[in-house]
Design a protein around this ligand. Structure first.
Ligand code: NCD
Length: 317
């Protein structure tokens, strides 16, 4: 993937995955996000770094946070944004993905932000471009969601710069989660002390130990959260699973839901994160999601600055 993502000088060309990103590169991107936060006065003051650039949002799967924040990020940097409407496009007349891409390229654009149910789609597009446009992966199947990994790392770094001291548990549907994968890549590269993955046996990847050599594995959430500094909760990705294979939502909540009682097993100042969308009282109790330890809306806010940073790195002259 490196030869696709970086040019000969190590400059970022496309952002497909954080797999292989080192500590220095990740801190550099987070520093840029913080700098853009300051320069734009928390987003209140638009910048013109991407004046004259065109960004096309291509979301083949639903999205609230990621699509809106890419849209805002590009506009706050002065770019033009097209939110391509798949349902009203010629995709429904049978036009292939690559024919659609080449058509859009012919009108000139500088970046494609791509979300797709099929893992590998952003890389496929990047390999088949006919122009110098950049591809930004906004989530592909269960493969990767690199800007989510970066915004989660930024959210954590702002609260707890002592990353090397932190015990982090990620709990939920790890198997189908692109967020879990990108979070592990980012947090492992930043040197967190311990990364624990917790899920029912059938919601861990088949070869979990090979895929995540950096992590410890748990099936019991009470044990997994014990002594943790951070709990990252994940939604059941029902659109990617055989529904017969999971317990009822009530059973799942009883065993894997983050309740106030379970949160007490973690450290007293344990931070709670979730990429959203949350399903209240399935993977997280409403009062925990809304509680003082929750960073869920900070994650959303940081997403805009991370996406500004990535767009600036890829597109600014
Ligand atoms: C996630 C996604 O789409 O991967 N949402 C997001 O981008 N914040 C997580 C999810 O859908 O559960």
């Amino acid at each position: 993937m490196d030869e696709l993502q970086f040019d000969a000088n190590g400059r970022l060309r496309h952002l497909i995955t954080l797999d292989g990103f080192d500590r220095v590169r990740i801190h550099g991107m987070l520093d840029r996000a913080d700098a853009l936060r300051r320069e734009s006065r928390d987003g209140a003051c638009p910048l013109d770094l991407l004046h004259g650039r065109t960004v096309i949002n291509l979301f083949f799967e639903p999205s609230t946070r990621t699509r809106t924040s890419f849209d805002l990020a590009a506009k706050r940097l002065g770019a033009q944004v097209i939110n391509f409407d798949i349902a009203r496009s010629s995709t429904v007349k049978g036009e292939s993905l690559l024919d659609t891409i080449h058509t859009l390229e012919a009108m000139h654009c500088d970046a494609f932000v791509v979300r797709h149910a099929e893992s590998g789609t952003p890389a496929l597009i990047a390999r088949n471009l006919r122009t110098r446009a950049a591809v930004l992966n906004a989530g592909d199947g269960n493969h990767a969601h690199p800007t989510q990994g970066l915004l989660d790392a930024l959210t954590l770094r702002r609260q707890r710069p002592d990353l090397q001291d932190l015990r982090v548990v990620i709990c939920g549907d790890i198997r189908h989660s692109r967020v879990a994968r990108s979070d592990v890549h980012a947090l492992a590269a930043l040197g967190v002390r311990e990364l624990r993955l917790c899920a029912p046996a059938n919601l861990l990847p088949e070869s979990a130990a090979e895929e995540f050599p950096q992590c410890g594995f748990f099936h019991n959430f009470d044990e997994a959260i014990d002594g943790c500094d951070v709990a990252i909760m994940l939604r059941l990705q029902k659109e990617r699973m055989d529904l017969a294979a999971i317990p009822s939502e009530a059973e799942y909540f009883a065993q894997y839901g983050l309740t106030p009682a379970r949160l007490k097993r973690a450290r007293a100042d344990c931070l709670v994160m979730h990429p959203g969308p949350i399903n209240r009282n399935v993977e997280i109790a409403g009062e925990v999601a809304d509680g003082t330890q929750s960073l869920i809306l900070d994650q959303v806010a940081n997403g805009v600055f991370v996406r500004m940073a990535v767009l600036a790195e890829l597109l600014a002259a």
